[in-house]
Design a protein around this ligand. Sequence first.
Ligand code: HPA
Length: 283
Amino acid sequence: MDSQTRSSVLQAARVVQEALGEIPDRAVVLGSGLGVVAERMDKVRSLPFDRIPGFPPSTVPGHAGRLVAGELEGLPLLAFAGRVHGYEGYTQEQVALPVRLCHALGCRVLLTTNAVGAINRLLSPGDLVLLDDQINLMFRNPLRGVNDPELGPRFPDMSAPTDPAFNRLLRETALDLGIGLKTGVMAGLSGPSYETPAEIRMLQRLGADVVGMSTIPELIAARHLGLPVASISCVTNMAAGLSAQALDHTEVTDTAAEVREDFLRLVREGLSRFRPSGETATS
Ligand code: HPA
């Protein structure tokens, strides 16, 4: 990230702080059809994305496009209700801005969520999948350009794209709550057209379990900043060629809506159990 990007992140953080007041230290990015978390929050202060300087407005149905600070059943939470994607015409820098904003606002943990198609036949629509690795087939990277060493290294380590300790905690939380949580590798493509059956067969051979059009740049930006991050995907459909059905965005938002109660409980409880390093269990 160059100095221009950094100053625009800081400017965005000032505007958000002025508008929303005290900023919770746990943050979530809500993917397609998963906006229920923001809908259930109370003591809400919110700001549409288009009021945040430099922030690209969301253009996709199912993505509300606002930043919400408040409480989820007593847990202080910052929620990005909606996200922007490269396929909307935005640069990777713009797509990664929410992550950098979280960091500038002092958030200590980030959970990103998204809708994905299942490539692995052991998965089904409605499954929740914890990402433990990713394959970047967007062929772009949010860290391209001059690096600011104060924020992170030029060549960040990606041997654990999501935080192993946070992943463990989310798996334990799911077990305790009786919620099924699978683990998998996500392939990220730029979209917006869904994949072809031949592309899905290729991704199967590459070792991907699910496929989506988001999240990859967010995880790269978070790892660069040293911000602990995890990602939960909701399988909304079998990928192209794995079911007789043609793919359609309505199916994506409808399936995501069906799992929303489990999703909500997992997000709430997982984030509340997370202890950023340096914080004791009683604080
Ligand atoms: N492919 C890519 N992105 C997606 C899919 C899919 O099948 N479903 C939800 N997001």
